[in-house]
Write a protein that binds this ligand. Structure first.
Ligand code: ADP
Ligand code: TRP
Length: 332
C-alpha cells in the first residue's frame, strides 16, 4: 500500500523555538518513517513583512539546520524551500479565483495582523491561507502536522479543496491537522500570556539557539506566586503552563513529584523552576550545538535544499498538470 502523504511548513521569520519543536518538528521526525513526507521552509510566506533581502538566505538556512538538528533526515523526506517549487504559486493563483474577499477578511490571524501592522495590510497577507492551501494541495496531502494555532488555516484548506473538487473534479483529498497526541498543541510562553513565538514574547520564549544561561534566566523569571494555601486547589494558568513545559521535557516522575507537592501545599516554585531550567538545558543544548555546526556547512545545506526541491517538484508538477487539464488550460 502506498504511504499517506504529509505536508508541513515553517516560516523563515526568525529563530525556532519550543513551540515549533513540539507543535510541529517532533511530529515531523516521528512521521518520517511512516509517511511520504514533504517539509518545507515557507520563505514566500515570510515576505508579507518585507524582510531585508540580505537576511533571506541565512533565515532559510537556519530553519533547515534546526530541522535537521531536531532529527529530520533529508534522505527520508523532501526538505525544500517553498520558492523552489514554481508549481506552488501557480496553484495559489488558481485557488485565489475560488477564495472570497469576505471569508479571507474574517480569518482571526488576518484580523490580528491588521491590528498589529495597520500600515502593511497587503494582499499577500489577506491571501496567506490560500498560499498555505496551495502548499498542502500541491502534494495532495492528507495529514498536516501543525500546532493548535494553525487549525483554522487547515480547515480553510479543506474548504478550498472541496470547492475546487466541486467545480472541476474530485482531485484533492481532504487535509487534516495532525499531532501524535490526543490534540493539537499550544506551547505557552513563560510569562503566562500567549504562546511561544518567533517574533512576539521573545523574553518568554525558549529558542533552540538559546545558550544555557539564557535558558536558565528565562525559566527562572517565569511568573509564579506564593503557592497554594488549600489542598488540591485549582491551578492558575501561569502555574499550569510551567507544569505543561515540565511535562514536555522532564521525566514523568519529576513532574509527578511537583504535582503532589502542589496538591499538598509544600511546593517551592524556585526549586521547580531550577529543575525545569536544567531539564530544558539538557534538552536544548544538543539541538543548538548540532544546528550551529550545520549552519557552518553551507554546501551541505544547499545540497539538502537542491535535492529536496528535486523530490518535491516531481509530485508538484504532476498535480499542476492535472489541475490545468481540469480547468481547461490545455491548448496544444
Ligand atoms: P511562529 O508562529 O513562531 O512564527 P510558524 O508560524 O512558522 O511559527 O509556525 C511553524 C509551526 O510551529 C506551525 O505548525 C505552528 O503551528 C507551530 N507553532 C508555532 N508556535 C507554536 C506554539 N507556541 N505551540 C505549538 N505550536 C506552535
Ligand atoms: N502558516 C503556517 C504558520 O504560520 C506555516 C505554513 C505555511 C504551513 N504553509 C504551510 C504549515 C502548509 C502547514 C502546511 O505556522
Amino acid at each position: 500500500m502506498s504511504k499517506e502523504i504529509v505536508v508541513s511548513g515553517i516560516r523563515s521569520t526568525g529563530f525556532l523555538h519550543l513551540g515549533n519543536y513540539f507543535g510541529a518538528m517532533q511530529n515531523y521526525v516521528k512521521m518520517q518513517d511512516e509517511y511520504n513526507c514533504y517539509f518545507f521552509v515557507a520563505d514566500y510566506h515570510s515576505l508579507t513583512t518585507h524582510p531585508d533581502p540580505k537576511d533571506l538566505r541565512g533565515n532559510v538556512y537556519r530553519v533547515v539546520a534546526e530541522n535537521v538538528a531536531s532529527g529530520l533526515d533529508p534522505e527520508k523526506v523532501a526538505l525544500y524551500a517553498q520558492s523552489d517549487i514554481p508549481e506552488i504559486p501557480e496553484l495559489y493563483l488558481m485557488l485565489n479565483m475560488l477564495a472570497y474577499k469576505g471569508e479571507l477578511e474574517k480569518v482571526p490571524t488576518f484580523k490580528d495582523k491588521v491590528r498589529l501592522q495597520p500600515d502593511n495590510v497587503n494582499a499577500g497577507l489577506l491571501t496567506y491561507p490560500v498560499l498555505m492551501t496551495a502548499d498542502i494541495l500541491i502534494h495532495k496531502a492528507v495529514k498536516v502536522p501543525v500546532g493548535k494555532d494553525q487549525e483554522q488555516h487547515v480547515e480553510m484548506a479543506r474548504n478550498f479543496a472541496h470547492r475546487f473538487n466541486s467545480r472541476y473534479s474530485e482531485m484533492f483529498p481532504m487535509p487534516y491537522p495532525f499531532n501524535y497526541g490526543d490534540s493539537l498543541i499550544k506551547v505557552p510562553s513563560l510569562d503566562g500570556a500567549g504562546k511561544m513565538s518567533k517574533s512576539e514574547n521573545i523574553n518568554a520564549t525558549l529558542y533552540l539557539a538559546d545558550d544555557d544561561d539564557a535558558i536558565r534566566k528565562k525559566v527562572m523569571k517565569a511568573k509564579t506566586d506564593a503557592g497554594p494555601t488549600e489542598h488540591n486547589s485549582e491551578m492558575p494558568d501561569y502555574i499550569q503552563n510551567i507544569f505543561q513545559l515540565m511535562h514536555l521535557v522532564s521525566k514523568p516522575e519529576i513532574t509527578d513529584t511537583f504535582r503532589s507537592a502542589y496538591n499538598n501545599c509544600t511546593i517551592r516554585y524556585g526549586d521547580m523552576k531550577k529543575q525545569l531550567a536544567e531539564d530544558m538545558v539538557a534538552f536544548i543544548a544538543p539541538i543548538r550545538e548540532k544546528a550551529a555546526e550545520l549552519q557552518k556547512d553551507e554546501a551541505q545545506l544547499q545540497k539538502i535544499l537542491r535535492e529536496g526541491a528535486e523530490k518535491a517538484r516531481i509530485s508538484a508538477s504532476a498535480t499542476i498538470a492535472e489541475a490545468r487539464k481540469l480547468i481547461g488550460i490545455n491548448y496544444y
